[in-house]
Every structure is written in structure tokens, then in C-alpha cells.
Design a protein. Structure first.
Length: 407
């Protein structure tokens, strides 16, 4: 090393190897600045569920702005969902996104391919053609309604060695709802989304995954029933993993405000659901935390709970919110948080994170201000929260790609 370094190293099997790489990557001045236990080095974070909106909706976000936001949040790798225009359901449509990634991405950006043509749930997409260039298959934003279609998709994905990552939502149980069907909805005369709309389709898909042997991943779970179904499936040996989002772990429907920045799908559920999710991350039922980073324009998020678009941004707030409200409060350890944000998602989805690191200041307190975000989106329920945990540097493939001003 150029100098002795007192930074904490969390989440690594061989700290000496990490320090050797950092010695080559960091300047003497940077090593001097970070030579304190207030700073921690982690493996680069990996988010398997983001929306960068390109192609088709670049007024919300672009590959460039989204990947900049990822770096600013400590993420060196992200996986982009396919609800785009055109939908990546063929090699030709996928290539449009791949070209944008090659041209503009500043971190590792790996796309999903759609399960069905146009994400309409009617005809299987060209899974075989897209397989070499995608991380997994998903119709995110929509549940695959047909059991037969999902079985066909799982069998094909199984043959290709790919994961099916499912947005689980039974449309017959939605009834026009837009927030959780709980006390807040009743008290404020809002239309609710019942928990069964999520867990019922998870129940169906677990049966199909057990039948087909596919690698199955459940996106953004939010209900206690979902946690228990997945827990039981794992106990039976089903090849299943799942994610939840930061907001479901620190907020519930009692925190709702009449503001579009509190509207996402799935919605914030009950306090009992939130506690079940926390137990799920503690006992390993929930494998990873993914932000479901979903930027929209200010206009689209300005119409309250009923009229605003579903979705919030999350890449730049995930670690500080979770570190402040789960780790600092003793709910989980810092080591566990790094497993959830970095180690487990990369392992499950087979993403090479060699020589990817992020450095955080764990002590300085600051207020979350969306106007400072790199993302084009501004809608977050965490506006004004006082947190600790600020990303100072993100290193991708052994190269410093992002460095926050530290003087």
C-alpha cells in the first residue's frame, strides 16, 4: 500500500487482495482522505430491478442519467426492466437498447428480455434469440395472467439456463386500486389493492416452478403471505429467490401522504407486512434488496395518490435509508445489508463484479434532497429525511468512475 489505510472493509473474503487493488486504483491523496474508520469499502452494489426508460420514454430517464444515479448510490451493476418502447421481445428490438447501453452507460447495465411479445401475455417472445444478451426474462409491470403461458415460458427459460423474474399480480383482483387496501385507504376513501393480488400469483408460479425446475425469482414482494409462501417453497427445495424494496422495509401505509411520491406498485402495505418482510431478510427468505428505481416526470407524479403514475426513484437513497433505519437501529448488521445489496444479487444472477467497489462515509449526517440527484426523477418518499451513509466513490472494473467532491 502507498500508506496504511484504516477504512473498514465489509463483504470481502480476502481483505488483503482488496487493499492491493485499491492501492493501484486510488491516488496517494485519495488514500490520505479516506484514511479513517468513518469510511467503509464495500463490493459494488448490484440492483437487479431498475427502469432507465430508454428506449421510448427518455423524458423520464436515460441510460446515461440512470447509470450516473447508480454510481452515485454505490451501484456498479444494474439490470434494466423491459417495459420500454419498443419492448425488447426480439433481437431487433433488444438491439436498440443494447446500442444505447454501449454508447452511454457509465456503469454495468444488463437488460432483461420480455417474456411475451409486447408484454401482452399472449405470445412467447423470442427467448432463445435474446438469451445471450440478457440477464433474465421478465414482463415486469404486468403479471403473466395465463398459467399455460407462464408454464411455456418457464420450460423455455429452463432449457436456456435463464431465470424467470416475475412481477406477480393477478389482474382480476385489482378492481382499480392504487394503494394498499388497508386502514389508510378506508379512512381517505381510496381504492385499495388487496394483498391477494400479489400472493395468489406467487402461489401459482411456485407450483409451476416446482413442476418445471426453472430458476425462478419473484420481484418486489410486499406482503406477509408472499414471504411465507416463498419460505415454504425454499424449504421444499424449489429453485426460488426473491427481492423486496427499501421502501417496503422502512415504511407502511400509516406513513402515506396525499402525494404521488408515496405511490408505487406494489403499494406500501401494513405494519404487519413490513415486519414480516424484515423477518424475511433476517432469516434468508428474502435474498436481496432491489430498488425498483422508476423515474417519472414531475407532471406524472403531481396528481396525488389516485392520479399519479406508479413508481419512485431509489438508487441514490437505498443505502443511506437502510443503513440509518435498519443497521444503525440494530435491526440487521452492516454485513447483512451488504449481502442483500451486493453479494446475493450478483451471485444469483451470475454478474461478474470483480474489482467493483464503493466507498461510503458512514458518519456524516445529511438531508435527502431530490434536487441533488443524478437521476432525472425526483419522486421519493424520503425527501427531507436525515440519514447517514453517503457514497464517496464507485469503482467499476478497477477504475474510478464516480468520485464525490470531498474537499
Amino acid at each position: 500500500m502507498k500508506n496504511s489505510v484504516n477504512m473498514q472493509l465489509i463483504g470481502f473474503e480476502n481483505n488483503e487482495e482488496v487493499m492491493a487493488v485499491l492501492s493501484d486504483v486510488l491516488t496517494t491523496d485519495e488514500i490520505s482522505v479516506f484514511n479513517s474508520e468513518k469510511y467503509a469499502v464495500f463490493p459494488g452494489f448490484c440492483d437487479v430491478h431498475v427502469h432507465f426508460r430508454e428506449p421510448g420514454f427518455v423524458y423520464k430517464e436515460t441510460i446515461l442519467s440512470g447509470s450516473r444515479a447508480a454510481l452515485a448510490g454505490g451501484y456498479s451493476a444494474v439490470c434494466t426492466m423491459p417495459n420500454l418502447n419498443p419492448v425488447p421481445d426480439s433481437i431487433e428490438n433488444l438491439k436498440i437498447q443494447l446500442d444505447a447501453i454501449k454508447s452511454d452507460a457509465v456503469c454495468k447495465v444488463i437488460p432483461y428480455g420480455a417474456i411475451t411479445v409486447g408484454e401482452k401475455g399472449e405470445v412467447l417472445a423470442d427467448l432463445e434469440g435474446m438469451a445471450p444478451d440478457i440477464i433474465a426474462f421478465s414482463d415486469d409491470g404486468r403479471g403473466v395472467q395465463s398459467e399455460d403461458m407462464m408454464r411455456e415460458a418457464m420450460l423455455k427459460a429452463k432449457s436456456l439456463g435463464k431465470i424467470i423474474a416475475a412481477h406477480c399480480e393477478d389482474n382480476t383482483l385489482l378492481f382499480g386500486g392504487y394503494i394498499h387496501d388497508g386502514e389508510y385507504a378506508k379512512a381517505h376513501n381510496h381504492k385499495g389493492i388487496c394483498s391477494e393480488s400479489e400472493w395468489k400469483q406467487i402461489e401459482r408460479d411456485i407450483k409451476l416452478a416446482e413442476e418445471t425446475g426453472v430458476k425462478y425469482h419473484v420481484c418486489h414482494i410486499s406482503t406477509r403471505e408472499s414471504v411465507e409462501l416463498i419460505r415454504q417453497a425454499k424449504a421444499r427445495g424449489v429453485d426460488i429467490t426473491c427481492e423486496t424494496g427499501p421502501h417496503y422495509l422502512v415504511l407502511d401505509d400509516s406513513d402515506l401522504q396525499e402525494d404521488g411520491r408515496f405511490k408505487m406498485n406494489p403499494p406500501l402495505r401494513s405494519a404487519e407486512d413490513r415486519e414480516a418482510l424484515i423477518e424475511g431478510i433476517k432469516d434468508g427468505t428474502i435474498d436481496m434488496i432491489a430498488t425498483d428505481h422508476a423515474p417519472h416526470s414531475d407532471e406524472e407524479k403531481s396528481k396525488g395518490l389516485s392520479g399519479s403514475a406508479f413508481g419512485i426513484v431509489g438508487l441514490e437513497t437505498a443505502f443511506p435509508v437502510l443503513y440509518t433505519h435498519l443497521v444503525k437501529k440494530g435491526v440487521i448488521t452492516l454485513e447483512k445489508l451488504i449481502e442483500l445489496l451486493a453479494i446475493n444479487p450478483a451471485k444469483r444472477f451470475g454478474i461478474d463484479m470483480t474489482n467493483d467497489f464503493t466507498i461510503f462515509d458512514l458518519e456524516t449526517e445529511y438531508e435527502i434532497d431530490p434536487e441533488t440527484f443524478e437521476t432525472e426523477g425526483r419522486a421519493t418518499p424520503f425527501t427531507g429525511w436525515n440519514v447517514q451513509g453517503k457514497c464517496m466513490m464507485t469503482i467499476v472494473n478497477g477504475e474510478v468512475i464516480y468520485c464525490r467532491e470531498y474537499r
